[in-house]
Design a protein around this ligand. Structure first.
Ligand code: FNR
Length: 189
């Protein structure tokens, strides 16, 4: 059995984040071949290209964590119809210095939860445009726009609605298949 290390970003810094809850559900439902490790973004300074010659330790840790990951999962809220600034800041750090873009050829998947009816759809399109520029292969199907209502997913990630549970299990299984395919055709070094 080939196992893959999946680094994941939570776009929210909130301790009560519904997207963090969603990430716990995905980890519970994932196939055994996927091992998950969060890539923290809260302590990153704001990106400044004056620092490209001498990255701060938090940014070096970020790039090391992506390099150590076989794939990247983004679990993000939508802020004002785009992605949160903290997540964009992390992506900007990871994409630089020029020529050392950490996302190149890395298989990625995007998912998010919102109380609203369109479940982060606009933010996900915004994130997909950024990942395309960063040369990161993206799982394009299935898409996943999760409308979070109270009680849908418990604090530890237990999903109470069977159809949502089946949907999320399928989504993360498809991500496993996608990772396998990308690794089969694209050299990662
Ligand atoms: C939001 N929220 C929101 N929701 C949405 O569906 N579309 C949007 O554009 C926005 N915009 C927005 C901006 C800002 C600054 C905040 C704080 C919130 C609501 C958002 O979906 C809700 O707060 C979620 O709980 C955020 O996800 P986390 O932080 O709980 O994971």
């Amino acid at each position: 059995m080939t196992t893959y290390s999946v680094g994941y970003f939570i776009g929210s810094l909130s301790r009560r984040s519904i997207n963090r809850v969603l990430s716990r559900a995905l980890i519970r439902l994932a196939p055994a071949e996927l091992e998950f490790r969060e890539i923290p973004i809260a302590d990153l300074p704001l990106y400044n290209h004056d620092l490209d010659e001498d990255y701060p330790p938090q940014a070096r840790a970020l790039k090391d964590a992506i390099a150590a990951s076989d794939a990247i999962m983004f679990v993000t809220p939508e802020y004002n119809r785009s992605i949160p600034g903290a997540l964009k800041n992390a992506i900007d750090w990871a994409s630089r210095p020029w020529g050392q873009n950490s996302f190149a050829r890395k298989p990625t998947a995007v998912i998010g939860a919102s109380p609203g009816a369109i479940g982060t759809a606009v933010a996900q399109q915004s994130l997909r445009a950024v990942l395309a520029f960063c040369n990161a292969p993206q799982m394009t199907s299935p898409e996943a726009y999760i409308q979070m209502r109270p009680g849908l997913i418990g604090e530890s990630g237990e999903v109470t609605d069977p159809s949502t549970e089946a949907f999320l299990r399928d989504w993360v299984s498809e991500f496993h298949v996608f990772i396998t395919r990308v690794h089969a055709v694209l050299p990662q070094d």
